[in-house]
Design a protein around this ligand. Structure first.
Ligand code: 3IX
Length: 190
C-alpha cells in the first residue's frame, strides 16, 4: 500500500495563498519562493491581503508612497502573537541610489512603512517623529528583501519600535529604531 506523502502545513498554506500573490513574485515552484515563505510561516507569520486594509477610511493607507509604488512590490505578513509585520519586497531597477544599489531614502521609507504598519495595526494612530537608520550593506536592485517591523515598548503616547531589512538568507542590510507619537487629542472649541 502506498503511504500518504507527508505534506507540511506550509505547503498547504502556500497552495491556498498562491492565488493571491502578485505576478512579480517567483513562481510557486521555485525553491527561493518556497524557502522564504516557509521560513516565515514557521516563525508564525501569515500573509495579509492588502484587501484587508482597503476598507472604508483605511483605503488611503494602501495608496501610500511605498505600498502603491510600482517599483517596490510588497507582500505583507503579520504575526498575531506580537503584532510584528514583515514586508517581503522586490526592489525594482528604478529605485537606484549608488549604481546598481537601492537608494538609502527608499530603504528608510520601506523600513518606516513596515514598522508603521506594525504600530498602526497594533494600536491607536501614531506618527513617526524619529527614524534612525543604520546602513550595513548595500541592497542590490532587482532583488527580494525581507523587512521586519516590531514594537519595543509603549509608554503613554510614545512608542519605540524597530525594524530590520535583510536578504532572505538572513544577511543584514539595514536596521532602524523609530519613535512614534500619538497626536494629542485636540479639544473641540465650545
Ligand atoms: C487612522 C487609523 C489608521 C489605522 C491603520 C490601520 C492599519 C495600517 C496598516 C498599514 C499601514 C501602512 C503604512 C503606514 C502608513 C504610513 C507610514 C508612514 C509613517 C510616516 O511617515 S508619518 C509622517 C512623518 N511624520 C510626521 O509628519 C510627524 C510630524 N509631527 C507631528 O505632526 C507632531 O509631532 C505629532 C502630531 C506627531 C505630535 O505632536 P503633539 O503636539 O500631539 O505632541 P507633542 O509635541 O506634545 O509631543 C508629545 C511627546 O512626544 C515628544 N516628541 C515629539 N516629537 C518628538 C521628536 N521628534 N523627538 C523626540 N520626542 C518627540 C515630545 O517631547 C512629547 O514628550 P513629553 O510628553 O515627554 O514631553
Amino acid at each position: 500500500m502506498q503511504k500518504p506523502s507527508f505534506q507540511p502545513y506550509y505547503v498547504k498554506a502556500l497552495s491556498s495563498e498562491q492565488a493571491q500573490l502578485p505576478t512579480w513574485f517567483p513562481s510557486g515552484h521555485s525553491e527561493e519562493f518556497q524557502l522564504i515563505l516557509r521560513k516565515l510561516f514557521e516563525r508564525g507569520f501569515r500573509l495579509m491581503r492588502k484587501l484587508n486594509i482597503q476598507k472604508g477610511n483605511l483605503s488611503n493607507i494602501s495608496k501610500n508612497f511605498v505600498l502603491s509604488n510600482p517599483q517596490i512590490h510588497v507582500v505583507m505578513l503579520r504575526r498575531a502573537l506580537d503584532g510584528s509585520v514583515i514586508y517581503l519586497a522586490r526592489v525594482g531597477s528604478q529605485v537606484q541610489g549608488p549604481s546598481g544599489f537601492m537608494h538609502g531614502g527608499a530603504t528608510a521609507a520601506l523600513l518606516d512603512d513596515c514598522v508603521s504598519s506594525a504600530v498602526l495595526l497594533s494600536g491607536p494612530f501614531a506618527m513617526t517623529v524619529q527614524l534612525n537608520v543604520q546602513y550595513r550593506k548595500p541592497v542590490p536592485l532587482n532583488s527580494v528583501v525581507v523587512v521586519e517591523g516590531y514594537i519595543d515598548q509603549t509608554n503613554g503616547r510614545k512608542t519605540i519600535a524597530g525594524g530590520k531589512m535583510y536578504h532572505p538568507d538572513g544577511a543584514l542590510y539595514a536596521e532602524a529604531t523609530l519613535l512614534f507619537v500619538k497626536p494629542r487629542l485636540v479639544e473641540p472649541k465650545m
